[in-house]
Design a protein around this ligand. Structure first.
Ligand code: WQD
Length: 340
């Protein structure tokens, strides 16, 4: 069965392509290369021994998208990663996010709405905003989005839900990621550092390797055990395996509802300082950091209740925070050695 992975050369997409190939799926990856590079195809092949089919494709270009699906009518599943994902950038440039994350999704669904296939949507825990109860369950209320990025994920889930309601041949799962970190053990794929990292862990590894001067810890006056904000950091390979488990459920058609939502996290919250200390412990690299003011829009705490994914998908995260951070460090060292 051929599986289409949009954004398949991206950070999470590339890790999912590896896991799919290792489970024997035939994969076709598409990407517009706006936030990655084509060499990722070769890196994936060097890990799995199988060259994924790759086509450069921008899902905002209707003619190209229609042409793609005219040529590929044997796709059994779609895993849709292609989207813009920087929260801050989405505030500055909302229309870019609504075009790339919403218009493109509509265009994609219009091509496949009458086909019999499974569709997995890359959603995010940002849909919960600051949840009233922790850990966060899938039935937690969806809060007004804190950014256009988060809004595109909420809208995306609603578009898919409404489409599945009238298209019984289409079955979909939205995976609400918590905080993906780390890299494949081979250190051949990871989060490509393009520009100044917005996320904590790439900023930590770039500080440790000397690309950044000092990590700024955004606030230590939160109502948490050490004053810094809490998140659920999940190894990207654990996250990738959750996609394979979700795909298998869609292929088996074992769900009685053709639209389901699952949290994908570890179920454990870590403060920013706990991540800093865990990084220093697992890598032996002391970290230069300072405490600064809170970042606008950050929630105090978010970590997942993961029982549903375990019960229904038979999936649970396996890597520890230290293992994930060590893999992020190995990737950073690999990236820098390739650049020199
Ligand atoms: C984590 C914690 C920061 C950087 C966002 C998106 C989410 C997903 C992951 C795309 C927070 C603190 C960070 C730094 C810091 N993205 N921090 N210094 O904001 O939880 O989630 O990225 O899918 O959708 O919302 O992740 O890594 O930016 O921040 O102190 O230099 O680290 O304040 O508490 P976040 P993050």
């Amino acid at each position: 069965m051929k599986i289409l992975v949009t954004g398949g050369l991206g950070f999470i997409g590339s890790h999912v392509v590896v896991e799919l190939q290792e489970q024997g799926y035939e994969v076709i990856a598409v990407d517009n290369l706006s936030n990655t590079s084509k060499e990722v195809v070769d890196q994936i092949a060097s890990i799995t021994g199988v060259q994924p089919t790759f086509e450069e494709l921008d899902l905002r270009e209707k003619e190209s998208v229609v042409n793609f699906f005219d040529r590929h009518n044997d796709i059994g599943g779609i895993i849709h990663f292609a989207a813009s994902k920087a929260v801050g950038e989405s505030v500055e440039n909302p229309l870019l996010y609504y075009e790339n994350n919403v218009n493109a999704l509509v265009l994609l669904l219009q091509q496949v709405q009458d086909r019999e296939l499974g569709f997995i949507f890359s959603s995010s825990c940002t849909v919960y905003g600051q949840a009233d109860e922790l850990p966060i369950t899938e039935s937690a209320p969806i809060k007004p989005a804190e950014s256009p990025y988060g809004n595109t994920k909420q809208i995306g889930e609603e578009i898919i839900r409404d489409t599945c309601r009238v298209k019984p041949n289409l079955s979909a799962i939205a995976l609400r990621y918590f905080n993906p970190i780390g890299a494949h053990e081979s250190a051949k794929i990871g989060e490509l550092p393009l520009g100044v990292p917005q996320n904590l862990v790439p900023y930590i590894t770039q500080t440790a390797i000397g690309v950044r001067e000092q990590l700024s810890v955004f606030g230590d006056d939160y109502p948490t055990r050490d004053g810094t904000a809490i998140r659920d950091y999940i190894h990207v390979v654990d996250l990738a395996k959750a996609h394979v488990a979700a795909l298998q459920r869609l292929i088996e058609k074992s769900a009685n509802d053709n639209f389901e939502v699952f949290n994908v996290g570890t179920g454990t919250g870590s403060t920013v300082m706990e991540v800093v200390r865990a990084f220093e412990k697992s890598t032996g690299q002391p970290l230069n950091y300072k405490i600064v003011d809170r970042r606008e829009g950050d929630v105090v705490a978010a970590y997942a209740q993961t029982d549903k994914a375990q019960r229904v998908l038979g999936w649970k995260s396996k890597y520890s925070l230290e293992e994930a951070l060590a893999s992020a460090w190995a990737w950073e060292q690999q990236v820098r050695s390739r650049k020199n």
